[in-house]
Design a protein around this ligand. Structure first.
Ligand SMILES: NC(=O)c1ccc[n+]([C@@H]2O[C@H](COP(=O)([O-])OP(=O)(O)OC[C@H]3O[C@@H](n4cnc5c(N)ncnc54)[C@H](O)[C@@H]3O)[C@@H](O)[C@H]2O)c1
Length: 270
C-alpha cells in the first residue's frame, strides 16, 4: 500500500478524542472490543455489572484513558446513572457498544416466564435503555455518534435447543437496530449491529479445558458438528468480532446505517 493511502486508511480508523462506552466490557468479546477501540485511540468506559472483573479489565487494558462504571444494563436507573457519570467525567459519548448479554440454555418445557423475561430484559431491554440514554446525550451534544449492537446468528436461524429466549431477544436487537437507525439518522447517529456465529472466547476455552473428560468429549463432539457447517472451517475469535465493531465505530463505515453484519465464517450461507 502506498504511504499516502496508508495514511488515509489510518485516519479513517483513528478514534483519537472519541469516547466509547462498551457494555459488558469486563471480559470475553467485550474486553477484546475495548482493546481494539483503545488501540485506535478512543477513551474507553467499561459499563458492566461485575465490579471485580471490570476493575481487572481496566488494569488489563493498561491504558490511562480507560475507566469502569458499575451498571446493570437491565436497570433503567443504573443506566441513567452510568450515562450521567460518564458525561460528568468525559463530557461526551461518541460510541456506544451494546455488548452485554447472557445466553443461559434451558429447554422450553423447563423454562418459566421469569427465565424468559430475564434474558429479554438483559439482551433486548438493556440494549434499548443504553441506546435511549446515550442517544439523548449525543443529540444534545450535536456531534452525532455511532451505536453498535451485539446480535447473534441465533436471531435468524431456528434456535438451538434451549436457546429460544436468547434467539427471540437477539431477533429483537436486530429489529431495534433498524428502527433506531431510522429515527436517529437525522441527528448524525448511525446504528448498526454485529451478528456473531460461534465465537470461542478465552474464558470459554479455559472452561472446556477445566471440564472433566466426559464433558470435554461432549463439548468437542458438539464443536465438530458445528464446524461441519462453517465454510471457513474454524470457530470465530473475539478478535474477528472486535474488528467488525471497530469498522462500524469508525469513519470507514460512514454511510452504513441500520445494517447487521454477520461474523460467522459463512455459517448462515451453508
Ligand atoms: N460467544 C459467542 O459465541 C457469541 C455468539 C453470538 C453473540 N454473542 C454475544 O456477544 C456478547 C458477548 O458475549 P461473550 O461470549 O463475550 O459473553 P461473556 O459472558 O463472556 O461476557 C458478557 C459480559 O457481559 C456482562 N453482563 C452480563 N449481564 C450484564 C448486565 N445485566 N449488565 C451489565 N453487564 C452484564 C458480564 O459481566 C460479562 O462481562 C453477548 O451479547 C452475546 O450474546 C456471543
Amino acid at each position: 500500500m502506498a504511504n499516502q493511502e496508508k495514511t488515509a486508511f489510518n485516519s479513517q480508523t483513528d478514534l483519537t478524542g472519541r469516547v466509547a462506552v462498551v457494555t459488558g466490557g469486563a471480559r470475553g468479546i467485550g474486553l477484546v472490543i475495548c482493546s481494539h477501540l483503545a488501540d485506535a485511540g478512543a477513551r474507553i468506559v467499561i459499563a458492566d455489572y461485575d465490579q471485580a472483573a471490570g476493575k481487572q479489565a481496566v488494569q488489563a487494558l493498561n491504558k490511562t484513558d480507560a475507566s469502569f462504571v458499575c451498571c446493570n444494563v437491565a436497570d433503567e436507573l443504573q443506566v441513567q446513572k452510568m450515562v450521567a457519570e460518564t458525561l460528568e467525567a468525559e463530557n461526551r459519548i461518541d460510541i456506544l457498544v451494546n455488548n452485554a448479554g447472557i445466553y443461559p440454555q434451558k429447554p422450553l418445557l423447563e423454562m418459566t416466564g421469569n427465565d424468559f423475561r430475564h434474558v429479554v430484559e438483559v439482551n433486548l431491554v438493556g440494549t434499548f435503555l443504553c441506546s435511549r440514554y446515550v442517544a439523548a446525550s449525543m443529540v444534545e451534544n450535536r456531534c452525532g455518534g455511532t451505536i453498535i449492537n451485539m446480535a447473534s446468528i441465533e436471531a435468524e436461524r431456528s434456535s438451538s435447543e434451549g436457546m429460544s429466549a436468547y434467539g427471540a431477544s437477539k431477533a429483537g436487537v436486530v429489529m431495534l437496530t433498524r428502527s433506531l437507525a431510522g429515527e436517529l439518522g437525522k441527528y448524525g447517529i448511525r446504528v448498526n449491529a454485529v451478528s456473531p456465529g460461534g465465537i470461542i472466547t478465552q474464558e470459554m476455552a479455559s472452561k472446556v479445558n477445566q471440564a472433566d473428560n466426559q464433558n470435554r468429549r461432549i463439548q468437542y463432539s458438539r464443536l465438530k458438528e458445528f464446524l461441519k457447517r462453517v465454510p471457513l472451517g474454524r470457530m470465530g475469535e473475539a478478535d474477528d468480532v472486535a474488528r467488525a465493531v471497530l469498522f462500524l465505530a469508525s469513519d470507514m463505515s460512514s454511510y452504513i446505517n441500520g445494517e447487521t453484519i454477520k461474523v460467522d465464517g459463512g455459517y448462515m450461507v451453508s
